[in-house]
Design a protein around this ligand. Structure first.
Ligand code: ATP
Ligand code: MG
Length: 325
């Protein structure tokens, strides 16, 4: 493990098993066969947990990002994060860190996102990531794991992270895209699936609020998570917890790039929790951070001023009927 700073005590530690060098550009029209001439490229360090760390750091939290890195793309992520002054502990791997490409189409306002599977991680590299996480998480209050698992990583990896968090007394926040949710058994403090992910995980259509909350409460009843926050893009988010169900009104914003909105939501909630705020207030900060992502281009992190301004515009959650518990 290579650490940027010798200090090990941070309040929030993020884990990104499949980081990406995010490249954003624009073109007039996306077409097949022809060469597509693009505008200048913007490069950002990306992948779920890295995005969470960038937003949490922008909101003034003490945060450290743990992730594997390989090749020149990995080195570029390290350099870009350093420029943003985000503390990091990266684990060298043999294979090469992936790139992700987002192309904005000027003629239609559409966005095209190309996402690669990422490098294969060996068993010993996975163990090195867990060891780096363990050392960074010693004394941390919150561990956030976010994003897809790259090829080669055992499907129960996020459960192993859960066990590690429990051993260290850290609250575990999980936003697992792809199949990472399926092998989860216990120990998550806050699970943040998008509605799309919850549908994939349950294999159900989940058309109504009631059906979506019932699926979330089932995860709680099975012991997977204490709280489940279902994000639904520009629609209100739903929170299921042992106390019941709440709906958090979405903020109305001008349409913009929603890339990283879910990570910003997670970052806002985690920053609230790290300040010992009650969960509903923390979720409101998350809703503000998610919406603030729409105000910045491509994969750029949101601006703290936007988050705090939007936070003042969030409203209290709507308590839902007891029978939805
Ligand atoms: N159009 C929008 N208007 C206002 N807020 C939005 C909008 N889109 C996203 N958000 C904010 O960002 C949060 C997360 O968005 P979303 O549900 O799309 O998550 P996601 O994790 O990015 O989705 P997925 O992982 O499925 O791509 C929302 O709960 C909301 O707070
Ligand atoms: Mg997401």
């Amino acid at each position: 493990m290579i650490a940027d700073s010798p200090s090990t005590t941070t309040r929030i530690v993020t884990l990104t098993m499949n980081p990406a060098l995010d490249i954003t550009t624009r073109t007039e029209q996306v077409r097949h066969t022809d060469k597509i001439r693009c505008g200048p490229a913007r490069h950002d360090p990306g992948g779920g947990g890295i995005n969470v760390a960038r937003v949490a750091a922008a909101l003034g939290a003490s945060v450290s990002a743990v992730f594997p890195t390989g090749g020149l793309t990995g080195a570029r992520i390290v350099e870009l994060l350093r420029r943003e002054k985000v503390d990091q502990r990266h684990v060298p791997i043999a294979d090469i860190t992936r790139e992700s490409l987002t192309v904005d189409e000027s003629s239609t306002g559409r966005q095209y996102r190309f996402v690669l599977p990422g490098p294969t991680l060996t068993a010993s590299e996975q163990t090195a990531c867990l060891e780096a996480l363990e050392s960074a998480a010693a004394g941390a209050e919150l561990v956030v794991a976010s994003g897809s698992l790259p090829p080669g990583v055992t499907p129960d990896f996020y459960q192993r992270v859960s066990d590690l968090c429990r051993a260290h007394g850290a609250l575990y926040v999980l936003d697992a895209s792809g199949g990472g949710l399926t092998h989860l058994r216990s120990g998550v403090h806050l699970l943040k699936p998008s509605l799309r992910e919850l549908r994939e995980c349950t294999g159900q259509a989940l058309e109504t609020d009631d059906e979506q909350l019932a699926a979330a409460h089932e995860l709680i009843d099975r012991g997977c998570a204490a709280n489940v926050l279902i994000s639904r893009g520009g629609d209100d988010a739903l929170l299921a917890s042992a106390l019941g169900s709440q709906r958090f009104p979405a903020l109305r914003c001008a349409p913009g790039s929603g890339v990283g909105a879910g990570d910003a939501l997670v970052a806002g909630v985690t920053v609230g929790l790290s300040r010992a705020w009650p969960l509903p207030d923390s979720v409101r900060l998350g809703m503000a951070a998610g919406a603030a992502m729409l105000l910045t281009p491509g994969t750029a992190a949101c601006r703290p001023n936007d988050v705090w301004r939007l936070f003042d515009r969030t409203s209290a959650p709507v308590e839902l009927a007891a029978n939805r518990r």
